[in-house]
Design a protein around this ligand. Structure first.
Ligand code: AHR
Length: 524
């Protein structure tokens, strides 16, 4: 005899079964037209002297039992090489405006303090040469933030001379004596960091007068960077969307419009974390759909913020010569219990993978203006790619998104139209689907689709106007729960898996799992 409970369960099944069927979405990709190039610098990383971001995360020292090359851990280098990191922003963050580079060169290093981040001592064993060695090992370029807050233009100018000059000056001889005869390349120069707050609490006008001086005197002397590959100078930009921030953007861009031969900038930085409350209170583990949906809603605000500041930039720079560089972004949650709150330690879940994909897509759609971004931060801090504990290392869900997006580096956007639908939970209503398409440098078509809905699959049928697709293949990233994470003991909970896509009548069809990030390529 069937129990009343079983009968009820059957009724529920019958009623809900049709509702569980995948939503169908048609997508149109017009491959005959290409848009702006997705600058590979939007996949940049940020490594600050903060917590275990540098020490333990990158630097273990030459005598460590952890396998290393000149003190830099080999496992981390191997993992970062695989995601083709374009540039690394260093040494901060707030740390940059208290950093004095001379303390981090030569055989004798000064031990200083790191008052911003946990009040710990800073051994300065990881300095200019170690950073340059690290980025050389992973194949990335240097994005150096110079100290405007507590340093001087002279100190910054001498640092650049030390790093980049070839002529036998006293500083260059010192670099040679410290083991590096060839000039280093500095691709990007940050003129201060958050000068409106931790970088010196400056007014926009005061910052602009400082910025002009630094832009004029902090020169790159590398002979290989004089005509081609010139160093890009990035001014401090906004950190939000209120009048304080729009005034800041107005002031810097107005000054840029009137700039003379003696100074210039090539970029305006913007910082925007996904942190619905301050201090950060959302947890990075042990959350449910409510927190998942609220964080995704919050992260989608990046789009409006970019549009707002881009519109101001358009007024003063209609030719879009000045790039918007979102050089700090990512989810910022409550510190993990038991960690030093100043070390900004958090876990990284499937939610962060989806958050990363949404932001990368936003940057790509603004590719004409957004030509750089740096996720905060690369290792062991905030929304990290990698988490380490002594000799152990684990790759996070966010790492895998960056890996899946490698084909989009320098690819050209392709117009795409689709009905994104709606995913609603509680007071949150956001698009169910997000997607971008691009042609890589070899002309191959790539499609990324994110299914934000944590409950419903989506069946996508993508029409390809302009090409005859023969086959399609790719990878999808999902996990059992929105807060699933990779740990040292279970490192493969959130990893990409192959997805089967069919091509029929010139259309690509694929079924997207709930809460998933998918990248496929199309063979013609
Ligand atoms: O990434 C952590 C901190 O956040 C950075 O040092 C600072 O620039 C920002 O406020």
């Amino acid at each position: 005899m069937r129990s009343p409970l079983t009968a009820f369960a059957l009724i529920v099944l019958v009623i809900t079964a049709p509702m569980m069927a995948a939503q169908k979405v048609e997508l149109t990709i017009d491959t005959s037209r290409t848009g702006a190039k997705i600058d590979r610098n939007i996949f940049g990383q940020f490594a600050e002297h903060l917590g275990h971001g540098i020490y333990e995360g990158i630097w273990v020292g030459r005598d460590s039992k952890i396998p290393n090359t000149r003190g830099i851990r080999n496992d981390v280098v191997g993992a970062l090489k695989a995601i083709k990191v374009p540039n690394v922003r260093w040494p901060g963050g707030c740390f940059a405006d208290e950093y004095h580079w001379r303390k981090g060169i030569g055989p004798q290093r000064s031990v200083t303090l790191n008052p911003n981040w946990g009040g710990v001592t800073e051994a300065n064993t990881f300095g200019t040469h170690e950073f340059m060695d690290f980025i050389d090992q992973i194949g990335a370029e240097a994005y150096i933030s110079v100290n405007v807050g507590s340093g001087t233009p002279q100190e910054a100018a001498e640092w650049l001379e030390y790093m980049t000059a070839a002529a036998p000056t006293t500083l260059v001889k010192e670099r040679v004596a410290n083991g590096h005869p060839a000039p280093y390349k500095v691709a990007l120069l940050g003129i201060g960091n958050e000068s409106w707050d931790c970088g010196g609490n400056m007014t926009p006008d005061y910052y602009v007068s400082q910025m002009k001086i630094y832009s004029r005197f902090v020169r790159n002397f590398n002979p290989a960077q004089q005509d081609k590959q010139q160093m890009l100078k990035i001014a401090v930009g906004p950190g939000g969307d209120g009048p304080r921030w729009t005034d800041w953007t107005e002031t810097v861009m107005k000054a840029y419009q009137q700039h003379t031969w003696s100074w210039d900038i090539n970029g305006l930085s913007m910082h925007n974390y996904t942190v619905p409350h301050w201090p950060p209170s959302y947890t990075s583990v042990g959350f449910g759909e409510t927190e998942y949906s609220q964080i995704l809603k919050s992260t989608l605000e990046m789009d409006g913020l970019i549009s707002k500041h881009s519109a101001i930039m358009d007024k003063y720079d209609p030719d879009k010569k000045v790039a918007l560089i979102v050089d700090e972004w990512g989810g910022w949650y409550a510190p993990l219990p038991g960690s030093n709150p100043g070390f900004l330690v958090q876990q990284n879940s499937l939610r962060d993978a989806i958050l990363a994909a949404l932001n990368l897509n936003i940057f790509a759609r603004h590719a004409d203006r957004v030509r750089g971004a740096n996720i905060a931060q690369m290792i062991n801090v905030l929304q990290a790619m990698i988490i380490t504990d002594k000799e152990k290392m684990v790759l996070t869900p966010t790492y895998y998104v960056f890996k899946m997006y490698v084909p989009f580096q320098n690819a050209k956007l392709i117009p795409i139209t689709f009905d994104a639908g709606r995913y609603a939970h509680g007071a949150v209503a956001i698009p169910r689907l997000d997607a971008i398409a691009a042609k890589d440098t070899n002309g191959k078509l790539w499609l990324e689709i994110t299914n934000l809905d944590p409950n419903e699959p989506v069946e996508v049928e993508a029409g390809l106007a302009g090409i005859t697709g023969k086959s399609a293949s790719g990878e999808t990233l999902t996990a059992p729960k929105v807060d699933s994470v990779n740990t040292f003991d279970a490192a493969n909970t959130v990893i990409p898996k192959p997805i089967s896509a069919k091509v029929h009548d010139g259309k690509v069809t694929l079924k997207l799992e709930p809460k998933s990030v998918t990248v496929v390529s199309v063979e013609q």
